[in-house]
Design a protein around this ligand. Structure first.
Ligand SMILES: N[C@@H](CCC(=O)N[C@@H](CS)C(=O)NCC(=O)O)C(=O)O
Length: 203
């Protein structure tokens, strides 16, 4: 586990919170530097030197090395901790959710939220495929959470932290979590684990 990190993130971005929540849970001191991605601050020469992809989050270690990709940042922070199952199969199930989150969940739910909340799209003009694909992702989680309290069994893992990041604000993307009662209960459970005020109430 690193001694401390600096996280360059945007507070509206679930991807950016994943690393902060993980650091806080594990007691790793984490300084937050706010990056205004809407004003191009992730495309400046200094930022591109840290992450040539021009995206937040970026974690900077005390020795100056930098790491991008939200799930890679969490994995780096949590290696050897209780947030990563020691059993190889359970660990692989956690990876299954992490890869799925980046391919099926974030590109639909986070993108629809961003289109509606930040890019001036409306229910009429937003890409219609995003609603159906996002609901399919939520239904996939509901199915799993009928069986277990967390995505990988009965304990919180990085899979939950990754997947809760945009599920807890899915209503801002026009998704109705009331259709998914197990998922709704899981969001509240994980928010309690992370010490968060419920996003649905804060909104
Ligand atoms: N797969 C990346 C996605 C990162 C990403 O899309 N970052 C967005 C904020 S959520 C960003 O920085 N957008 C600004 C831009 O692309 O200019 C991750 O999980 O870290």
């Amino acid at each position: 586990m690193p001694e401390a990190i600096t996280l360059f993130g945007n507070r509206e971005s679930g991807n950016c919170w994943k690393g902060k929540w993980t650091a806080d849970l594990l007691g790793v001191p984490c300084a937050w530097v706010e990056i205004d991605i809407f004003k191009g601050e992730s495309r400046t020469p200094d930022f591109l030197a840290m992450n040539p992809a021009g995206q937040a989050p970026v974690a900077r270690l005390a020795d100056g090395r930098t790491l991008a990709q939200s799930n890679a940042i969490m994995l780096f922070l949590a290696e050897g901790s209780h947030l990563v199952p020691s059993d190889p199969f359970a660990r692989a199930k956690m990876y299954e959710w992490l890869f799925w989150e980046q391919y099926n969940h974030e590109p639909t739910i986070a993108v629809r939220r961003a289109e509606l909340k930040f890019r001036g799209k409306t229910e009429e003009t937003v890409n219609p495929a995003l609603l159906e694909k996002g609901e399919t992702a939520l239904a996939r989680m509901e199915l799993a959470l009928k069986e277990t309290s967390y995505l990988v069994g009965e304990a919180l893992t990085l899979a939950d932290i990754a997947c809760v990041a945009y599920t807890r604000v899915a209503h801002e993307g026009g998704f109705d979590l009331a259709k998914f009662p197990h998922l709704q209960a899981w969001v509240a459970r994980v928010e309690r684990n992370l010490g968060l005020v419920a996003a649905s109430e804060a909104a």
